[in-house]
Design a protein around this ligand. Structure first.
Ligand code: SF4
Ligand code: SF4
Length: 382
C-alpha cells in the first residue's frame, strides 16, 4: 500500500449549480475533477444512499462508471440504516443503490452511521447478517460500518461483529483526536486492537478546521508558508498506520488540486508538526461556538425544516469574526423565507441524527439569543 492509495474522493459535498438544492450536482465540473483525480492514479469514491438526496450515486455513475473500466476504480456505498423498516429493506436498498450506480458489486459496503438508536435499527433488521451475505456472494468485496458514537458503543459492536467485517469508518481529525465526545483516538485504538482497517471521514471536520479567522490562518502560514491548513490536517490522518483511506469531500477544483499535491508528495507528519497541531486544536476549540461539522443529516429530520447547520455556521462565524457583517447575513436568511431558529419546538427528532452529539434545540436557543435579542437588523453587530 502506498500513501497515494489513501486519497478517497468523498462524494457527500459535490459541486452544485444551485446552493439551495442538494440534487443539482454540477456534472461537468465533477466530470473534470474525476478526470484529473483518475489521471493522477487515484481511484476511490465514497458515497451513500442519502448523499445529495440520492443524486451523488447517479453523478458517480455518469462521471466514473460510464466513463472508466470497472476494474480501474473502487466504490464504497452505505445502507441507509435510519430508513430500514423491515429485513427485506436491506435488499431493496442495495438493489436500488446498485442500479443508481450502474454496477453489479461494491468494492466496500457499510452499514451507515452506527450510533445508539441506529445500531438498534441495524440489529432489529439484521443488517450485519445481510452485509455478511453480500461479502459471501460477491456483492461486496469488503464490509464494515461507519460510526458516530462513543468508544463504549464501538467496543460493544466490535465484540459482536469484528470477526465478520474488514473495516470501520471513523470521524478522525486532529481536533477530535482527544475530544471527550468524539473520542477519535480511543475509537482508532479499538479498531486496531480488533485487527481492522480504519477509513477516515471528516479529516477537516466538515470545513471547521480550515474556516478560521485571519489570526489563526496566519499562525499556520508562519509555521509553514508552503503548506495549506487542509494539507497538514490530511497528513495527520494519513500518517496513521492503520488508516487505509482518508476521504476528502471536494466541492471545488482548487480543493482537488491541493489534495492531489498533498498525496503526490506525501510526507509523514513530524513530531514538530504533531505538537503544533495539538496546540492549534486547543485554540480552534476556544473559537468554536458549536462543533457542527455541517454534515446536514439533521436537515431532513427536522419537521419544522429549520436550516440548522446554516445557523450554526453563522453563529460560529460571528463568534470568530464579530466585526464581519454576519448579522446581516442572519437576517437575510430569514428574509429569504428560511425558517427562523426560534421556530424550534424542542421535539428532539434531530438528536438521533446528529453525528456530533450536539444538543441542537439548546444550541438553537443560543443562536436566537445571540442574533435576535435586542438587535436591530442591518445596524451592525451589537
Ligand atoms: S428539536 Fe427543533 S431543530 Fe430539532 S427537529 Fe425538533 S424542531 Fe427541529
Ligand atoms: S447539527 Fe449535527 S447533524 Fe446537523 S449538520 Fe451539524 S453535525 Fe450534522
Amino acid at each position: 500500500m502506498t500513501y497515494k492509495s489513501k486519497f478517497g474522493f468523498g462524494c457527500m459535498r459535490l459541486p452544485k449549480t444551485d446552493e439551495n438544492d442538494p440534487t443539482t450536482i454540477d456534472q461537468d465540473l465533477f466530470n473534470r475533477m474525476v478526470d484529473i483525480y483518475m489521471a493522477k492514479g487515484f481511484d476511490y469514491f465514497d458515497t451513500s444512499y442519502a448523499y445529495h438526496n440520492g443524486a451523488s450515486e447517479t453523478a458517480i455513475r455518469k462521471a466514473v462508471v460510464e466513463r472508466y473500466p470497472r476494474e480501474s476504480f473502487r466504490i464504497c456505498d452505505k445502507m441507509p440504516t435510519w430508513a430500514l423498516t423491515s429485513e427485506e429493506d436491506n435488499e431493496k436498498f442495495v438493489n436500488e443503490m446498485l442500479e443508481r450506480l450502474g454496477i453489479d458489486y461494491f468494492d466496500v459496503f457499510f452499514v451507515h452511521n452506527i450510533n445508539t438508536p441506529w445500531y438498534k435499527l441495524a440489529e432489529d433488521h439484521k443488517s450485519f447478517e445481510y452485509i455478511k451475505k453480500m461479502k459471501e456472494n460477491g456483492t461486496a468485496k469488503k464490509i464494515g460500518f461507519s460510526f458516530h458514537d462513543t468508544s463504549e458503543l464501538l467496543e460493544k459492536v466490535l465484540d459482536k461483529y469484528a470477526d465478520i467485517i474488514d473495516v470501520v469508518q471513523l470521524e478522525l481529525n486532529y481536533l477530535d483526536w482527544e475530544d471527550p465526545v468524539i473520542e477519535a483516538h480511543k475509537c482508532y485504538d479499538l479498531c486496531v486492537e480488533h485487527g481492522l482497517d480504519v477509513y477516515v471521514m471528516e479529516p477537516l471536520k466538515g470545513g471547521v478546521i480550515v474556516n478560521q479567522p485571519e489570526e489563526i490562518k496566519n499562525e499556520f502560514k508562519e509555521f509553514n508558508p508552503n503548506e495549506s491548513i487542509a494539507s497538514l490536517a490530511i497528513r495527520f490522518c494519513a500518517s496513521l498506520e492503520h488508516v487505509k483511506i482518508v476521504l476528502s469531500g471536494m466541492s471545488k477544483m482548487d480543493d482537488l488540486i491541493d489534495n492531489c499535491k498533498t498525496y503526490e508528495n506525501f510526507e509523514l507528519i513530524s513530531d514538530e508538526e504533531r505538537l503544533f497541531l495539538e496546540n492549534m486544536a486547543l485554540k480552534l476549540k476556544e473559537n468554536l461556538a458549536v462543533a457542527c461539522s455541517e454534515c446536514g443529516y439533521c436537515i431532513d429530520a427536522c419537521p419544522e425544516m429549520i436550516p440548522i447547520p446554516e445557523y450554526f455556521n453563522l453563529y460560529n462565524t460571528s463568534k470568530n469574526q464579530p466585526e464581519s457583517d454576519i448579522y446581516r447575513l442572519y437576517f437575510d436568511k430569514l428574509a429569504d423565507e428560511k425558517v427562523p431558529a426560534s421556530e424550534c419546538t424542542y421535539c428532539g427528532t434531530c438528536l438521533d441524527y446528529c453525528t456530533q452529539k450536539i444538543d441542537i434545540p439548546e444550541e438553537l436557543e443560543k443562536v436566537c439569543e445571540h442574533f435576535e435579542k435586542g438587535f436591530t437588523p442591518y445596524a451592525g453587530a451589537p
